[in-house]
Design a protein around this ligand. Structure first.
Ligand code: ZN
Length: 162
């Protein structure tokens, strides 16, 4: 029991250190703002006035998508009500496109806030799911970044999104 307490305390220290590290990088340009301004490499397959849908560059499933606001907001506590509605409306469109283009059964929709949030620009993960696909948040990336198939997937989703 004492060992468990030590591990938990140690993890908290690591998380705190990580948050401090992210805070210290605040002077650096935000990669998602760069993408929204047309200055970042990204496989964007849908754009509305306020929102972008693009493929995650470290996908845990084929078609793993990020839905982001074009304007910088750090996390969910900062998202205005109207924008929150549009973000989830686009999430629904992405899920529909994944179903029709990739023939998947469902989707996992999630948003990390501060802990495990690697980019401090609000983003929603939309991860296609198949029955018994073995996807686990703890396993991390399962599709190689930059593969030719990912380029094809972006085109498939772009053609399917309505
Ligand atoms: Zn940003």
């Amino acid at each position: 029991m004492a060992q468990d307490s030590f591990i938990i305390t140690n993890n908290n220290e690591i998380s705190t250190a990580k948050l401090a590290s992210e805070a210290s990088r605040k002077g650096q340009p935000c990669p998602f703002c760069a993408i929204a301004n047309g200055n970042g490499a990204a496989k964007i397959f849908f754009e509305s006035e306020q929102v972008l849908a693009l493929l995650d560059h470290r996908p845990i499933a084929e078609g793993h998508t990020l839905v982001i606001p074009k304007q910088h907001f750090s996390d969910v506590t900062q998202i205005p009500q109207q924008l929150g509605g549009e973000l989830h409306h686009i999430v629904g469109k992405v899920v529909g496109a994944q179903r029709s283009a990739l023939r998947v059964a469902g989707a996992m929709v999630l948003n990390n806030n501060l802990i495990d949030q690697h980019v401090s620009h609000y983003h929603i993960h939309v991860i296609p799911r198949r029955v018994a696909d073995g996807i686990s948040l703890a396993k991390g990336q399962s599709v190689p970044s930059g593969s030719r198939r990912l380029l094809e997937v972006a085109d498939l989703l772009k053609a399917a999104i309505q």
